[in-house]
Ligand binder design. Structure first.
Ligand code: NAD
Length: 496
């Protein structure tokens, strides 16, 4: 007799300091991408539950904004310590629900922690400015105040790091937050909120709601939500940005990407091979800063092509929790199917498949969503692939006769999340930094991910809004400027 495995646990929400079960009538399965095992169920929370979360945040706001900044950051110091103590736990949870390797998962939590550290500087970062005697006896000052209830909506590919691009800044500046993680990877934030509970933040300051599109719509429509931070695909980013704006909300929406790297003949080819291989195939290519198109210039064509093909063939693919595995699966079977069909499309439009990762099966993990590293050579400029985000371990090679031609690839791109150059020529590097039309630039860097004290920039279809996530931009986004003009002492003032 076969023994049925226990039903996967239905996840609760965290609202007003309490874990509460959802009354949802629909759930989405959370599935380990390496094993196809169902590990949890995400409720598509009801409108009443979203309303309760926003109301809890709204009730917590008046007291929280009056809490001195110095006191608001104390729970963040505690959180940093807890996140560090539980780094390995996060590594396992992220790898299990997202598929990336244990070390990639821990690395993303390091970036999360970095954002907590930066937000601990809020008493300095949130300061305004002032000038005495703008007229005789009259002083003027600019102060920053929190907005109220803010919401963050995040994607599947960095379940731990991306929520922390927003949460620490939102609450340190005195706002209260409702967070909706991706329904495909909700376990990481469940664990993070269990740790947040231990920091003794007042009830309602941080709230976690699970679900998908309907929850996003409820947040976009709620009159008490003042601002929306979003990260995800371009069509959804555009939709969230325009709906938030139409509803009078502040919005910062990070979208998809198609990142280019240019390799000049004078580049250190061994460094370029290693770094570009990690950028294209790390996290199974599911990074918004992953290099997706490599443009070689002149003689770099042959040397780089041979080197990168070698690197792609030798990567060890498997379950991210197994020792020595360098690349995990992609998120869903549908994603694997889509990636494989895009490789076929590229082939059909004239590219040759130099390294073919389709139809991969990994021993012991035959049900996993594995696509091995793939390289398409000679993708024609007018191919549909040129502007399609594949979001898998696929690198397209294109060739240019000189740097002008290579820069034109970037100019034509609809996206502008990241662009990189590999060279040993300072003048070429300066030109690239100056002219490349993208928000994050790497010079001999494969994943130009900004540190937490720099904005996570993004241009064109990769970002909708004005103020980015992280650092000073985060503080600007989560605060409203108020200007005060003040007259007091009569003897210094104009006589009436
Ligand atoms: P996604 O757009 O499918 O989902 C993102 C979030 O939006 C999730 O919380 C999801 O529940 C919600 N959502 C999905 N469809 C929706 C809809 N129709 N209406 C309202 N809400 C909806 O993105 P994903 O697949 O989770 O993440 C991958 C994408 O995110 C890629 O395109 C990647 O490039 C992008 N990304 C961008 C950045 C960046 O910094 N620009 C960073 C990470 C990921």
């Amino acid at each position: 007799m076969s023994v049925a495995s226990p039903p996967a646990v239905k996840l609760p929400n965290f609202v007003n300091g309490q874990w509460t079960n959802s009354d949802a009538s629909e759930y989405r399965a959370v599935v380990n991408p390496a094993t196809a095992e169902q590990i949890a169920q995400t409720p598509l929370s009801t409108p009443a539950e979203i309303n309760a979360a926003v109301e809890a945040a709204a009730s917590a706001f008046p007291d929280w904004r009056r809490t001195p900044a110095e006191d608001r950051i104390q729970p963040l110091f505690k959180l940093k310590q807890l996140l560090e103590e539980h780094l390995d736990d996060f590594g396992r949870i992220i790898s299990r629900e997202n598929g990336k390797t244990f070390s990639e998962a821990k690395a993303e939590m390091r970036r999360a922690i970095e954002n907590v550290e930066v937000a601990c500087g809020i008493p300095t970062m949130m300061q305004g400015y002032n000038l005495e005697d703008v007229a005789r006896g009259i002083d003027e000052m600019m102060i920053r105040q929190p907005l109220g209830v803010v919401a963050a909506i995040t994607p599947f590919n960095f379940p731990g790091m991306i929520p922390f691009w927003f949460l620490p800044y939102a609450i340190a500046t005195g706002n209260t937050l409702v967070l909706k993680p991706s329904e495909r990877v909700p376990l990481t934030m469940k664990f993070a909120f269990e740790l947040l509970e231990k920091t003794r933040l007042p009830k309602g300051v941080v709230n976690l709601v699970n679900g998908g599109k309907s929850v996003v719509n409820a947040l976009l429509d709620h009159p008490k939500v003042r601002a929306i931070s979003f990260v995800g695909s371009t069509p959804v980013a555009k939709y969230v940005y325009s709906t938030a704006a139409a509803n009078g909300k502040r919005a910062q929406c990070q979208g998809g990407a198609k990142n280019h790297v240019i390799v000049l003949p004078d580049a250190d080819m061994e460094m370029a091979r290693q770094i570009i291989s990690d950028s294209a195939f790390g996290c199974a290519g599911q990074r918004c800063l992953a290099v997706s198109v490599a443009g070689t210039v002149g003689e770099a064509q042959k040397t780089f092509r041979d080197a990168i093909a070698d690197a792609a063939r030798n990567l060890r693919v498997g379950n991210g929790l197994d020792e020595g595995v360098q690349m995990g699966p992609v998120i869903t079977p549908q994603s694997k199917e889509r990636i494989e069909s895009l490789i076929g499309l590229g082939e059909g439009q004239g590219a040759s498949v130099l390294v073919d990762g389709r139809r991969s099966s990994i021993p012991r993990y035959e049900s996993g969503n594995f696509v091995k590293p793939t390289i398409l050579d000679g993708v024609p400029a007018d191919s549909e692939l040129t502007d399609t985000e594949i979001f898998g371990p696929v690198l397209s090679l294109v060739h240019a006769n000189d740097m002008d031609e290579a820069m034109a690839f970037l100019e034509r791109s609809a996206f502008g999340n990241q662009a990189s150059l590999f060279t040993s020529n300072g003048s070429a590097a300066r030109r690239f930094r100056y002219e490349a039309p993208a928000g994050n630039i790497g010079i001999n860097i494969g994943v130009a991910a900004p540190m937490a004290y720099f904005p996570f920039s993004g241009w064109k279809n990769s970002f909708f809004g004005d103020l980015h996530g992280q650092g000073r931009d985060g503080v600007e986004f989560y605060t409203e400027k108020k200007v005060v003009v003040e007259r007091w002492a009569k003897e210094h003032s104009r006589k009436f």
